[in-house]
Design a protein around this ligand. Structure first.
Ligand code: HEC
Length: 206
């Protein structure tokens, strides 16, 4: 049999979209499909939709849809994560990392809640509801102190996250890597000894 049909198939795979239409393979994604998939919000806020929501509305939605797992005041129920508090614990053995104590960008919280919460019913929240819930979480963390506060696309960038300044760009390529590039190939140490251990919970003695 001629090899010709395979050659056409390979060519069309390489050429992709240009040939696909002519050969009846696939179709272009519709604008609605792209919009449903393209929901990421960048740290600098790019991708945030217009919208707004108040602390008081947020409290109501949070109590109904989030508190069963995260507690009425974001304190966390059982092993579900706390969303508020934990300030001054980051250097402890068991730091309490919450949106308030740890997260560097508010936009990440917007994206995460909008994308993944409530757990089990993800992407069921309207944009304004996400703004309202986030306003309430800011209030729970004393990042805003007025219960009349309304969070919106307009004032979003003015919110300063308490731990934001403590994140910095990964500089290991400059600071650490040079220390590890030269391997010992001769006159090396006779044996390696363990001089310290990680938390025994991670590396049990036995
Ligand atoms: C059925 C339980 C449940 C409900 C209801 C729920 N969550 Fe969660 N939430 C979780 C779990 C579990 C995680 C951790 C998920 C993970 O780490 O992968 C989480 C994580 C989070 C986090 C990230 C916490 C962190 O610091 O890592 C935020 C923020 C959050 N939820 C917000 C909300 C909001 C807002 C709602 C209500 C709209 C909500 N959740 C409803 C179970 C729930």
């Amino acid at each position: 049999m001629s090899r010709f049909p395979e050659a056409v198939l390979v060519l069309s795979l390489i050429a992709g979209g240009a040939f696909a239409q002519g050969l009846g393979l696939g179709r272009e994604a519709t604008p609605a499909e792209i919009a449903a998939w393209n929901i990421d919000v960048r740290p600098d806020g790019l991708g945030l939709p217009d919208g707004s929501g108040s602390v008081l509305d947020g409290e109501e939605i949070f109590t109904e849809t989030c508190a069963v797992c995260h507690g009425d005041f974001g304190e966390g129920v059982g092993r579900y994560p706390a969303l508020a508090g934990g300030f001054d614990t980051l250097a402890d053995d068991r730091p309490v990392k919450t949106v308030g104590s740890y997260w560097p960008y508010l936009s990440t919280a917007w994206d995460y809640i909008h994308r993944a919460m409530p757990y089990g019913d993800a992407q069921s929240l309207e944009d304004d509801q996400v703004y309202a819930i986030l306003a309430y979480i800011l209030y729970l963390n004393d990042i805003v102190d007025d219960e009349e506060f309304v969070l919106s696309r307009g004032n979003f960038d003015q919110i300063v996250m308490p731990n934001g300044e403590n994140f910095y760009f990964d500089d290991r390529a400059e600071t650490e890597l040079p220390l590890f590039t030269e391997r010992c190939m001769e006159n090396c140490k006779d044996s390696a000894e363990i001089t310290a251990r990680a938390d025994p919970a991670l590396t049990p003695e036995e």
